[in-house]
Design a protein around this ligand. Structure first.
Ligand code: ATP
Ligand code: MG
Ligand code: MG
Ligand code: MG
Length: 429
């Protein structure tokens, strides 16, 4: 990609209300633009990162045996009435009417649709277990959309649903998803904690886990033990592990409190962003929407469900939140919009231009995606923009170009160096 033609430009200033670093940097870098509160366009750079996240998600879910499908965002209110959620969901549910005055909702999640689909498609144990997923735009009329992609009103989610005949089956499906999530988030280069959480309003079977990205801007609080594997979200810790009477701080868990699990370690409270959530749903939706199947002895059973969500657009912002410095973003290689940024220092220098073009072709030949800064800009402007965009590897074509050499610079500060163009290319392979 030639930067002179790249759609979307870098910005010096962003609106004062952009409080989160990820929000500011994604706006400044030309990754996203706001259309309305909590509603964003992904410009080509942002879309490339999002597609890389999607790809990792697909690879890991497919590997775990889940199957991808796509369900409608537009959902009849009738279906939501059957599950009892049309009223219960509250003002976060976007409701609308069609020209015949029939009521609809824009899906904030898809338990109703998937359960009715499975109810009509599966009648016997032979087709079970099954885990289905989609990557789709969700709508939630959040009370306080904020922090850019972290809390949007329209956002991209991967939601998966498992269907089993037995408790043991549900456990296996749940565990498979939990492991897939671990792998997805690790491949995305995220620092996260897996914590015990309560079910909120979706589940009735209890026992859910959240994947929390560690970040000071996060709206969630994680309580974890320094000595054992205890980690819970604050609500869960308070409600389940610290009944009022036992805490010294009038019901508030605090730093240095004793761990309720091992009693030896001290607790630490840290802020984080919920990026993923896995639930055991049990029969809440399959009961209401009559999703049943006969088992191997011919007996009819209500299916046991699990549901599993990752906010892909939120994950993108959470990674940006963790991986940046004062100059800009610092993408991991697995997610960067381009793998390498080629910068001829002087746009007017023929030799530099030639070598930069050669590098660009060589990298393209072996499938390395490069961004070539072919703009007629001062070197300082190019370097500042490059820092802001956060592409992990930079190939600077400057004075040494006369000797056929280029400088390799890593955005995260790892040691680079001056190499012949051949050697520089080899080092990237
Ligand atoms: P939160 O507690 O932050 O409101 P949630 O518990 O309501 O999130 P879930 O219903 O568990 O969210 O949805 C699954 C995932 O979808 C979340 O873990 C999160 O990554 C993502 N998500 C939820 N709401 C939003 C939002 N408004 N904007 C972006 N991503 C979201
Ligand atoms: Mg919510
Ligand atoms: Mg939550
Ligand atoms: Mg949740």
């Amino acid at each position: 990609m030639r930067q002179s033609t790249l759609f979307g430009s870098t910005l010096r200033d962003v609106p004062a209300e952009a409080e989160a670093a990820s929000h500011r940097l994604l706006l400044r870098g030309g990754y996203i633009r706001q259309l309305a509160a909590g509603v964003y366009s992904y410009l080509p750079l942002g879309w490339r990162v999002l597609r890389r996240i999607e790809r990792i998600v697909r690879e890991e879910l497919d590997r775990a045996g889940a199957q991808e499908l796509l369900m409608p965002a537009l959902q009849p209110a009738e279906l939501w009435r059957q599950s009892g959620r049309y009223e219960a969901y509250g003002p976060e549910l976007v409701r609308l009417r069609d020209r015949h005055d029939r009521e609809f909702a824009l899906g904030p999640t898809h338990e109703e649709v998937i359960t009715s689909l499975v109810a009509s498609e599966i009648g016997s144990y032979r087709k079970l277990p099954v885990t289905l997923y989609q990557i789709q735009t969700k709508f939630r009329d959040e009370r306080r959309p904020r922090f850019g992609l972290l809390r949007g009103r329209e956002f991209l989610m991967k939601d998966a649903y498992s269907f089993d005949l037995s408790e043991e089956g549900l456990e296996r499906s749940y565990e498979a998803m939990r492991q897939a999530y671990n792998r997805i988030l690790s491949r995305c280069g995220l620092a996260f904690k897996l914590v015990e959480a309560d079910g909120g309003t979706i589940g009735d079977a209890g026992g859910t886990h959240e994947f929390i990205a560690l970040a000071s801007i996060g709206e969630d609080t994680v309580v974890s033990c320094e000595s054992c594997d205890y980690a819970a979200n604050l609500e869960q810790a308070q409600a389940r592990d610290f009944p009022l009477a036992q805490t010294e701080n009038f019901g508030t868990v605090a730093d240095n409190d004793a761990c309720p699990r091992c009693a030896e370690g001290k607790l630490r409270l840290t802020r984080g962003i919920e990026v993923g959530h896995v639930f055991r749903l049990g029969t809440k939706y399959s009961e209401a929407l009559q999703a049943r199947a006969t088992d191997s002895s011919g007996e009819e059973r209500t299916l046991l469900m699990g549901c599993y969500g990752i906010g892909l657009s939120r994950l993108l912002a959470a990674i940006a939140e963790q991986r940046h410095d004062e100059r800009g973003l610092v993408w991991p290689q697995s997610l960067a919009p381009y793998h390498a940024h080629i910068i001829p220092v002087s746009a007017k220098n023929e030799v530099q231009r030639h070598i930069a073009e050669q590098l660009y072709d060589r990298l393209t030949d072996f499938g390395f995606e490069a961004l070539l800064d072919d703009r007629e800009e001062r070197a300082g402007v190019k370097f500042n923009d490059s820092d802001l965009l956060g592409i992990p590897v930079r190939l600077v074509v400057g004075k040494e170009a006369e000797q056929g050499k280029v400088e390799l610079v890593f955005r995260d500060g790892r040691g680079g160096g001056v190499y012949s163009t051949e050697e520089a290319v080899n080092r990237l392979q």
